[in-house]
Design a protein. Structure first.
Length: 388
């Protein structure tokens, strides 16, 4: 697609150059013919060969009028004493105004052209003022105004082109940001949902292999556990690719149908208990009203903390406590540290994701080792003034 646009751009550039060349050739032919006819009708002392040479030279210089309009004007004015008309100078004055706009170059061009024309018309007579004024208006003023209009039009086209390019860059940037946000959302959902489920499969398969009634069941359970651990390792690589620095709003977490925040936490705990985990759950009674943004953050904190506990301290006693006062909600998940590293790999994004969600909800998160050989995750959320 990009190469096609470049080819189209080159063809458009060549089309524009060919159009300008055709216009210049047309101007060259018209000026050349007009000057030859005019020179033949004038009774001047200059040689006709000299006049033909001057016309040819002036028309040749006219092809350079776009790049060097002042030089072309001087050459055209120099041909007037040889019997040439103001037509070449008129073309040059137009080119000066079209290239330089309303500046000193255009003013100098007008003064030079007017001065040469007045000198050529000596001696002055009163009855010549009207024809001279008309000639000035047609041969100098009109070309200058036309050139200034073309200059302003060219500047406007440049501004419009720059704005179009800026708009295109803005659209590209917004598209990249949208893609980045979507990749981030996918990574978060994969980590929060898929990784959690696969971890539960791995833990349950491990528990089944330990308590298998026969060797066949034990081998099948061990295979399931191995495949689950491998899948988690591959998922970690995918998350590393997908994750970036962008952070956008995200949809509410998956919960039990019809359950509120605390019902969803109870459902989450029941799922972990079904895999063989041991969890002590403490919820506030009565349940406080919690803003939606805080609900999402609390649910994700508990989900991620339970997943981490299952990974790094399988079958350990986990304590989940949610306490609330009039203006503060505290979530605390703690578990004993495992004596040896866990078999299930971690992606490294869990704590980072929890911290981002908690801060997005206006809260604070702390996680780490505490006295007594335990690991504790604590999140505090204000209930009165929540940053959304």
């Amino acid at each position: 697609m990009g190469s096609e646009k470049r080819v189209q751009g080159r063809w458009a550039l060549w089309d524009g150059r060919l159009s300008l060349l055709a216009l210049d050739l047309l101007v060259f032919a018209a000026v050349f013919a007009f000057e030859l006819v005019s020179a033949q009708n004038q009774d001047k002392l200059a040689s006709p060969y000299y006049q033909v040479a001057m016309v040819t030279l002036i028309c040749t210089f006219a092809q350079l009028r776009r790049r060097f309009p002042m030089v072309v004007l001087v050459v055209a004015l120099a041909g007037i004493p040889a019997g040439l008309t103001l037509v070449p100078a008129t073309v040059a004055v137009y080119s000066v105004a079209a290239r330089h706009g309303l500046g000193w170059s255009t003013g100098v061009a007008v003064l030079l052209t007017t001065a040469v024309e007045f000198i050529q018309r000596r001696p002055f007579r009163v009855e010549d003022l009207a024809p001279m004024a008309f000639a000035f208006a047609m041969m100098v003023a009109a070309p200058v105004l036309a050139g200034l209009w073309m200059h302003q039009r060219a500047m406007l086209l440049v501004v419009l082109r720059d704005r179009a390019e800026e708009a295109e860059r803005t659209r590209t940037l917004l598209a990249e940001q949208a893609v980045s946000a979507e990749r981030r959302r996918i990574a978060r959902e994969m980590h929060d949902v898929v990784a959690h489920r696969v971890t539960a499969i791995a833990l349950q398969a491990g528990a089944l292999s330990v308590n298998a009634p026969d060797g066949r069941t034990e081998r099948a359970a061990e295979t399931i556990r191995t495949v689950s651990v491998t899948a988690l390792d591959e998922l970690r690589g995918i998350l590393r690719v997908l994750r970036d620095e962008a952070d956008e709003g995200e949809p509410p977490p998956t919960r039990a149908t019809g359950a509120g925040l605390f019902g969803s936490i109870e459902h989450l705990v029941e799922e972990v208990l079904a895999t063989g985990g041991r969890i002590e759950l403490e919820l506030p009674d009565p349940a406080p009203e919690v803003p939606e943004v805080v609900e999402r953050a609390v649910y994700r904190v508990v989900q991620e903390a339970l997943t981490n506990a299952g990974k790094h301290a399988p079958h350990a006693d986990v304590r989940v406590r949610v306490g609330a006062t009039a203006d503060l909600l505290v979530v605390e998940v703690s578990n004993p540290l495992a004596p040896r590293p866990a078999d299930v790999p971690g992606s490294g994004y869990g704590l980072l994701g929890m911290r981002e969600r908690v801060e997005l909800a206006g809260g604070q998160l702390s996680a780490g080792r505490v006295e007594g050989g335990a690991f504790r995750v604590t999140a505090r959320f204000p209930l009165e003034e929540t940053t959304t």
